[in-house]
Structure formats: C-alpha cells, structure tokens
Design a protein around this ligand. Structure first.
Ligand SMILES: [Zn+2]
Length: 282
C-alpha cells in the first residue's frame, strides 16, 4: 500500500489545530442559534463520521494514491501533459480536482441512488463543524468510483492528491462551521472560497436553496455555472431534509438505514440559472 506523502502526524496536527480553532470560534462567535444539545449532536455526528473515516482510510485513500502514482508513471491525465513548470502543473491539477468535485456534489443531489446516501449528511437539522464529517460510509464507498475517474482524467501526483485532500478538509470544516465571520469579511472571502453563510443556504430544506452553492472549495464554479445563491437571510433558513426533521429521523440507527429504507425523494430542481451578487450575502 502506498503511504501518504504527508505524514499522518502532520495531517493530524494541521487538521486538529484548524478544527480546534473553529470549535473555539463557534463558542465565542456563533452564526446560528443551536437548539439541540451540542453533546448529543456531536456524539451522533462523530459516530456516523467514524464509519466514513474507516472507508476513507481503507478504500478511498489507497485508491486515490495508488491511481495517482500509476498516472504519474504512465503519464495519464491532463496534468501530466500540461507543458508547464511543475508548480503551475500542480496548481492546475488542484483546480481540476476542485472543479470535478463540484460536479460530483451536483450528481449526489440529482441522481436518486446518490441522493439516498448524500441526504444523510443533509438530515442534520443544525450545522456546525461536526456536520462536515458526518457522511454515510456508503456515500464515501460509492464516491471512490468517481475519485478513481478524477485520478485518471486529471492525473495528479500522489503529493498533489495529499495536499488537495488537506485543503479540501480545511475548507469543508470551515464552511460547515457555525462561525460568525464579520459580514464584510465573509462577502470578500466568499468571492474566493465557500463560506459558512453560503453553505448554510445549501443545507436549506427549500429546493431552490439546496440546489445551489455546490462548490466545495472555490466558489468560482458556482459563479460560472450560475448556481450561486446569496440573497437568503440566515435567520430564515431551515436546515435539514424536508419530511425528515423529526427526532426519530435523526437517530443514528435511522441515519444508517435510511438510504435503503426510504424512497429517494430527490428535491425538485428547475435548473433555472441563478447568480446572485456576493455583496448581497446576509
Ligand atoms: Zn450537498
């Protein structure tokens, strides 16, 4: 098995420090008022996350790193053929990985089988940094097929994959967090990367709102594809999945089985382009 180019200890240090910072900021400067017990939600989210973490370590990382090494050896993928200096090629590869992830996120909302699993992440009725981690292990397992495709088409080196995964993790923790970034700062930051207010709109139960803001890293993809929604006051948002907001719906046992036991009920999507101004984020 190919080892991660970034030592586990360094990854744990960077991600742990970032998660700790966000947790502190959530306590000092919360964006949304959380009603449910933090302890109960954290326990639930981290239990669901544990399954996802195991699949990530044992399946997703080995496949991603193994295929990226094969891509490097055999010169598969766009990045391997770009006539650019290595640093610019690495930058291009990270951009391409981030862009293709936009499409994966879109698919998880549009393909009934994928939504069955992705909605487990969305069923959380409140949002904070632990929401970022609670994915059904089945979603991670299925996503490995897409990840393999990304490696073959984009052709990143193992080092690029490792750096991208860390950047992605930092971004996902940030935009799910319940941190109140000063509004003028957030309007500026949102021009570059996904932010808590923007992603809060994506976790709404309203179809028009959940079908927007699909970027996981750079927001330019939502801007380009006209799926950028900013004009929703945070206090108007109801988070979760319509019809699945009862206390029974959010219990761990139910979350683990819901992909197979409930109809897919994909939120309706009219496909109308929307590109609202970053300056209107509230
Ligand atoms: Zn989503």
């Amino acid at each position: 098995m190919i080892s991660n180019p970034i030592p586990n200890s360094l990854r744990a240090l960077v991600l742990g420090a970032w998660a700790g910072t966000l947790l502190l900021l959530e306590r000092k400067r919360g964006l949304r008022h959380l009603r449910e017990s933090k302890f109960v939600r954290d326990t639930r989210n981290l239990t669901v996350a544990a399954g996802a973490g195991v699949v990530m370590q044992l399946l997703e990382m080995p496949v991603a790193l193994g295929l990226s090494r094969a891509a490097q050896r055999r010169r598969w993928g766009i990045a391997q053929r770009l006539p650019l200096p290595p640093l610019l090629r690495a930058f291009g590869a990270i951009l391409a990985l981030d862009y293709t992830l936009y499409w994966w996120h879109f698919l998880t909302h549009r393909v009934p089988l994928l939504w069955r699993f992705h909605r487990v992440h969305h069923i959380d009725r409140e949002m904070d940094a632990t929401t970022a981690l609670r994915f059904h292990f089945g979603e991670i397992a299925i996503s490995v097929i897409f990840r393999a495709g990304q490696m073959i088409v984009v052709g990143p080196t193992p080092a690029i994959v490792a750096v991208w995964q860390v950047l992605l993790f930092l971004s996902i923790l940030f935009h799910h967090s319940n941190v109140r970034v000063p509004l003028d700062w957030e309007r500026s930051i949102a021009r570059l990367i996904m932010t808590p207010r923007l992603h809060g709109i994506h976790h709404s139960i309203e179809p028009a709102e959940v079908n927007s803001n699909w970027s996981s890293g750079l927001t330019v993809w939502d801007w380009l594809h006209r799926t950028l929604r900013t004009e929703v006051p945070q206090e108007h948002l109801v988070h979760g999945v319509a019809g699945m907001r009862s206390d029974a719906d959010v219990q761990i046992g139910r979350l683990m089985t819901v992909p197979l036991t409930e109809p897919s009920n994909v939120p309706e999507y009219d496909g109308k382009p929307v590109r609202q101004s970053f300056d209107k984020l509230t």
